[in-house]
Write a protein that binds this ligand. Sequence first.
Ligand code: NI
Ligand code: MN
Length: 226
Amino acid sequence: MKTTYYGHSCFAVELNGKTILFDPFISGNERAKHIDIALIKPDYILITHGHADHVSDVLRIAQQSGATLVSNFEVISWFAGQGYDKGHPMNHGGRWTFDFGTVQYVNAVHSSSMPDGSYGGNPGGFIITGGEDCIYVSGDTALTMDMKIFGEMNTIDTAFLCIGDNFTMGAVEAVTAAQWLRAGKVFGLHFDTFGYIEIDHAVTQDLFAQKSIPFILPEIGGEYDL
Ligand code: NI
Ligand code: MN
């Protein structure tokens, strides 16, 4: 599965010939200045929750690509109010099958408000099964027992987990999350963007290595074959 990392919690995967972009926050990321946003033309944009560091480039990329937005009901309704009504609303626990695969919107332990302060519904993550791949995208979350259920009910190849601590779980909890999820490998997100979430790379790599969990700490602009 081809995967491109755009910094913070933003990345794209290719599933069944479609490009799915997650949580676009690029123009506001000082560390992602070398990314040319005009070249990003996904078929879908999946949004875990309403915080600005997950949605600030949604409208621009949606308008230049015609992408379908997928998120919770409140986030999709907010973007409709902004003039972009090509969205698919979901809520926690529900599944829908798209042309690239089946998406389930699942619980996250966090908060969710839109950039203008309006209600963003409850925050979530995604479990996506498409072709040969099953991925879990945590969104911003604490470690939560729900991850045991996700691992019992799915065979997760790659878990995209927040690891930056302070606003979300840190790497110590992410290692336990990976074990509960029974994930084949972990791709780290939500780290180093600003001071609160700067991490020690060597310490983080070592925490996963100690448990023999394959771990990718991506470079902004990097492409990975997962
Ligand atoms: Ni957040
Ligand atoms: Mn965040």
